[in-house]
Design a protein. Structure first.
Length: 265
């Protein structure tokens, strides 16, 4: 008979995501305190669904949930009460740019579609051999990196991406502080769009651009899964939640491309 993992095992698994012992103790206590706020039946349900999730997957849920809050809360606020939130929505910010340079309408759509195609074309831990025999491998976290696999690795389909960790807690602490402090600093200008430009640009730089550049050219992978890989992992555990996340991303894509759809000016 298969032994079902318990909730304490789940909490223990989360704590192991932190390599340093001191940080592990702090995280364990924090998660234990949060767990007490959740009904026991619900804790057991999520414990069984997420007990075998690795550190990178768990970190991916945290990173992209935080980004979802930053982007989603203003969008929901605008849909219900109008555009009066503390910072502008990402769609309003992109629309503001599009009013000045209409060609920018193509950029967010091209980036999202291109990234989606790349993710479907090359799955995590898979390698694509180019015409000049150079290889590109997608890491287990979902980022592309240049690789030099052996013939045996190509034949077995289990290449070694050859990446090593670069990002650590100090990086994310500094990045988070900058993402918070910079918009607060420019808010004194009373220009909401400037706040939006700074906020969303810093999120893109520190959470998306820098990790992808580090993985591709320097073989240093960030310790959290990409958005597409995170949704794929979520589909194995909460199918309806993954479907909802994918649907919201498609709606955001259409909203950015045909802003201000579905509203009317």
């Amino acid at each position: 008979m298969v032994r079902r993992p318990s909730v304490p095992n789940l909490l223990g698994g989360v704590s192991r995501a932190v390599s340093h012992p001191q940080r592990g103790v702090i995280l364990r206590r924090f998660l234990a305190a949060l767990a007490k706020l959740v009904p026991k039946r619900l804790r057991r349900f999520f414990g069984l669904r997420f007990a075998d999730a690795g550190p990178a997957e768990r970190a991916g849920y945290l990173v992209w949930a935080a980004m979802g809050i930053v982007i989603g809360v203003p969008e929901i606020w605008a849909a219900i009460s109008g555009d009066g939130f503390y910072w502008p929505t990402i769609s309003t910010t992109v629309g503001h740019l599009q009013d000045r340079w209409p060609v920018l309408t193509l950029i967010p759509v091209a980036l999202i579609v291109g990234y989606g195609y790349s993710a479907l074309r090359l799955r995590p831990a898979a390698t694509a051999l180019q015409a000049d025999l150079s290889a590109v491998t997608r890491t287990s976290q979902g980022r592309l990196t240049q690789s030099d696999p052996t013939l045996q690795e190509l034949a077995t389909g289990v290449p070694d991406a050859g990446t090593s960790p670069l990002f650590s807690t100090p990086y994310f602490v500094v990045a988070t502080l900058l993402i918070i402090a910079a918009p607060v600093a420019v808010s004194t200008s009373h220009n909401r769009f400037l706040v939006g430009y700074v906020l969303y640009s810093l999120i893109a730089i520190f959470w998306v651009i820098v990790p992808n550049i580090a993985a591709y050219w320097f073989k240093r992978d960030a310790p959290y899964t990409t958005l597409v890989v995170t949704i794929s992992c979520l589909a194995r555990r909460l199918t309806f939640a993954a479907c909802l996340a994918a649907a919201l991303l498609v709606i955001l894509l259409i909203h950015l491309a045909f802003y201000p759809w579905p509203s009317r000016r």
